[in-house]
Ligand binder design. Structure first.
Ligand code: GAP
Length: 454
């Protein structure tokens, strides 16, 4: 419903297709290998998407590594194969799969309603089905020129194991005492049976994971503390908190390593779904790596003179999934009716400015040389501090709309008065309010606005 008399009504994102289309049209996300027809479940981040993804990683990285007793690592994707034996992934990281012998569909036995209820294929309804077989989700490849059993190596299905095997290296080199944490951002790979929902579930994705090593007995307190820390992160970056909730795992959902786990769920267009996991992994990981490597991974607590295997509190979020959540949350359509009753729709990505791929757009009011030359100078001045776009084509109204749609918080218009008063008009994305600002004070105006107004 749209209200009359120029009142603005706001429509939220109704489906992922709208976002997929905007992403392609404006250069956020493209299908991978599109010229060859695409590769299922693989996506490429375009000019705006890669800039925004970098911002998402940066805010997470800063939120983690700027805390006391925190450090970062960047571990290799390829790890010693024993890592995955110790972690339980070789034996346990699998889904039960069923093949339909009639239509050749392969589907998961544990989350397909037609199979669970009626033992029917979800595609053709047939009953000519195989028994469920365990299918390991790790991608396998071979290291070196010989492709035999001895050269098998896996693409990591999570970054977390890099933290565990470097637990002592990090502790010794940072000289941190427990409790301390390690953060990392990196690609992970899972041969998912049912990828989909755009970049929500893919086979190649990026994870942002943090492992916090604590004294046994303090783990429950730290688990709760980290839930709060992560909750405040989403708040700080402008998420609509009504779209977030915690979902505690019941006994049947808990992973083999977990003592307790809660998902941060986000209300995506397809419904409430996991965005991030906060896990109490007990001493499972370090105990396993001690056992399998033969190295003693105990920590010596100098204060109490005790030796123990630390417990681990993990926070794990997919960068791509968080990118998607930020996009879904930020998308809005502001609808007004014109005199003829026609809808005028302003699409806005109301992203927090630290996440927006472009912070300021410079728009000369006309294509006259004197305005464009000044506009280009201004672009260079602003680019010292911010990501800037310069745009001199189409009407000013159209150019504002282009910037609204990609989430640019500020548009700077250079007009003929600028030539005399050395000032420009700054237009705000969310309020469309306009301010006249001296060119000499412009960078500071934007910096201050980004810090204080969002
Ligand atoms: N180290 C623990 C771990 O990996 P997880 O719940 O399997 O836990 C953590 O994954 C997060 O990684 C998820 O909450 C999700 O945001 C992201 N993630 C997992 N699988 C994914 C996939 N196939 N595509 C995109 N993101 C994924």
């Amino acid at each position: 419903m749209t209200a009359p008399n120029g009142t603005v009504t706001v429509r939220r994102l109704k489906d992922l297709a709208t976002l997929v289309s905007l992403s392609k049209r404006r250069g956020f996300v493209f299908q991978s290998s599109e010229v060859y027809g695409g590769l299922n479940s693989c996506w490429d981040y375009g000019p705006l998407g890669s800039a925004m993804k970098y911002n998402v990683k940066r805010i997470w990285w800063n939120a983690m590594t700027r805390r006391p007793n925190m450090c970062g690592i960047d571990a290799a994707i390829l790890m010693h194969p024993m890592v995955w034996k110790a972690s339980g992934h070789v034996d346990g990281f699998s889904d039960p799969l069923v093949d339909c012998k009639d239509c050749k569909t392969r589907f998961r036995a544990d989350n397909t309603d037609s199979y669970i209820n009626k033992k029917q294929c979800p595609t053709c309804g047939g009953k000519n089905l195989s028994e469920p077989r365990q299918f390991n989700l790790m991608f396998k490849t071979h290291m070196g020129p010989v492709e035999d059993q001895g050269s098998v190596i896996y693409l990591r299905p999570e970054t977390a194991q890099g933290h565990y095997v470097n637990f002592q290296n990090c502790q010794v080199t940072t000289r941190y005492k427990i409790p301390f944490g390690i953060a990392a951002i990196g690609k992970s790979f899972r041969n998912e049976i049912t990828p989909g929902n755009f970049i929500f579930r893919t086979r190649e994705f990026e994870q942002m994971e943090m492992q916090f090593f604590v004294k046994p007995g303090t783990d429950e307190k730290w688990f709760n503390d980290w839930k709060e820390i992560r909750w405040s992160f989403y708040k700080k970056y402008g998420m609509n908190m009504a779209n977030l909730r915690f979902h505690p795992h019941g006994p049947t959902e808990l992973a083999h390593y977990a003592k307790a786990a809660e998902d941060v769920q986000y209300l995506f267009p397809m419904g409430w779904s996991e965005l991030e996991g906060v896990h109490n992994r007990s001493d499972f990981d370090l105990t396993q790596h001690s056992k399998f490597s033969g190295k003693n991974l105990e920590y010596f607590d100098e204060a109490s003179k005790e030796k123990y295997i630390p417990y681990v509190i993990e926070t794990a979020v997919g960068c791509d999934r968080l990118f998607l959540a930020f996009m879904c949350d930020a998308y809005r359509e502001e609808v007004t009716l014109d005199e003829k009753g026609q809808e005028d729709v302003r699409v806005v990505l109301g992203l927090h400015p630290e996440i927006s791929p472009v912070k300021v757009a410079v728009l000369p009011l006309s294509k006259k040389d004197e305005l464009c030359n000044l506009g280009e100078k201004l672009r260079d001045q602003l680019a010292e501090d911010f990501e800037v776009q310069y745009d001199e084509s189409a009407s000013i109204g159209k150019r504002y709309r282009r910037q609204d749609e990609i989430g640019t918080p500020y548009c700077v218009t250079v007009d003929f008065d600028t030539l005399n008063d050395q000032a420009v008009t700054v237009r705000h994305r969310d309020t469309m309010k306009q301010d006249r600002v001296a060119i000499s004070a412009l960078n500071e105006y934007v910096r201050k606005g980004m810090k204080e107004s969002f």
